[in-house]
Design a protein around this ligand. Structure first.
Ligand code: AOF
Ligand code: ZN
Length: 346
């Protein structure tokens, strides 16, 4: 029980790194001696000290380390990246016992940190609150395990299951509330990239930026097979790095940047490969229905966030349909029904 309690604290600490550690994972560490926490730390920013280093630095009486346990939500690293291996530091400081939440999926670590500690004669326990520790870094795990970004699908639908009216111009139907739109903008700020299809880009003329929340703008990604989108759209305003997936090279510009796909073949795997190559760990897909459904049908998604409005539209563009999922839950958020689907096994 106490192992779980300290690991829970590691998870809590790790969360402080949310906006600054990417592309690294959020990690927290706690050092316990004689039943008391004597040190705590978390990975604050990519390129800077890891959680274990900060926890060790925070201990006032270093001599206590020799009879302490270090709890860490992720396996201590064993490689030289931007910083030296944490496993070496733990060995050097003679910490005898290490309790780990989950193994690091990063190929340069992947169990080597655990092995290094065991080879040095330390007691190593792995898998305390494992599911929670994996959930905390699910984007990092998905990226390194499946070599594609973690994919969140997002849409708002009417009570009777439509996402829009059948229209060729005019303003989009407003189904979200100002409060739920804050949640969506928070999701944008936590994503490396955001994607829409051609019809959505054309009819909604979205900016795809973070406005109703604090944080960085994700890279914008648009599908435009035939290069039919007018450059007057907000997406082409140059304010945010933008990628256009197309069948034909358009120009050698770097923003927007055109990426050619082979449309004779399935384009989703090609897109995933390109995003992986670029180190994009998370992707938010905001529509339209055809694009969302193609991710669903390919089983290429991890999470869906669906806002169900009380309004009825009676006709229009059918909302996507999720038939297979691993879990499903609903919540009332500011009076609006939110449906959460998960396709992820943690
Ligand atoms: C840890 N503790 O707090 C974190 C770890 O370039 P570097 O040196 O920052 O290394 C990045 C890699 O280290 C990252 O991909 C992941 O495998 C691991 N992150 N490891 O022991 C930490 N953030
Ligand atoms: Zn490390």
């Amino acid at each position: 029980m106490k192992e779980e309690k300290y690991m829970q604290r590691c998870i809590e600490l790790a969360g402080n790194g949310l906006c600054n550690v990417s592309p690294n994972p959020m990690v927290g560490a706690v050092i316990v001696c004689d039943g008391k926490i004597i040190g705590e730390g978390y990975h604050i920013r990519c390129g800077e000290a890891h959680a274990e280093v900060n926890a060790i630095r925070s201990v006032k009486d270093e001599s206590l380390l020799e009879r302490s346990t270090i709890y860490v939500s992720l396996e201590p690293c064993s490689h030289y990246g931007k910083t030296p291996p944490c496993a070496d530091l733990i060995i050097e400081k003679k910490i005898p016992r290490i309790v780990i939440g989950c193994q690091d999926p990063f190929s340069k670590v992947a169990g080597r940190g655990i092995q290094k500690l065991r080879d040095a004669g330390r007691e190593v326990i792995v898998g305390v609150l494992e599911a929670e520790c994996r959930q905390l870094i699910c984007k990092f795990i998905t990226f390194h395990t499946f070599h594609r970004p973690y994919i969140t699908l997002k849409w708002a639908e009417s009570q009777d299951g439509f996402i829009d009216l059948n229209r060729t111009a005019g303003n989009p139907v407003k189904l979200s509330t100002p409060l739920t739109s804050m949640i969506v903008h928070k999701k944008r700020s936590e994503s490396d990239a955001i994607m829409v299809g051609t019809r959505t880009a054309l009819l909604d003329n979205p900016s795809l930026t973070v406005r109703n929340w604090y944080g960085k703008n994700p890279i914008r990604i648009v599908l435009d097979k035939d290069l039919s989108l007018p450059t007057s759209l907000h997406l082409f305003d140059g304010s945010v790095p933008t990628l256009i997936f197309t069948e034909n090279q358009h120009s050698p510009l770097s923003n927007p940047e055109y990426i050619v796909l082979n449309y004779q073949k399935d384009i989703l795997p090609q897109i995933m490969e390109e995003l992986y190559k670029r180190g994009i760990q998370s992707l938010l897909v905001e529509g339209g229905s055809i694009l969302l459904q193609s991710f669903i049908d390919a089983g290429c998604w991890d999470e869906a966030f669906v806002e169900q409005a009380s309004k009825e539209l009676h006709s229009g563009v059918k909302a996507p349909e999720i038939r297979n999922k691993i879990s499903y839950s609903t919540e009332k958020c500011f009076g609006v029904e939110i449906k959460h689907y998960s396709n992820l096994e943690v």
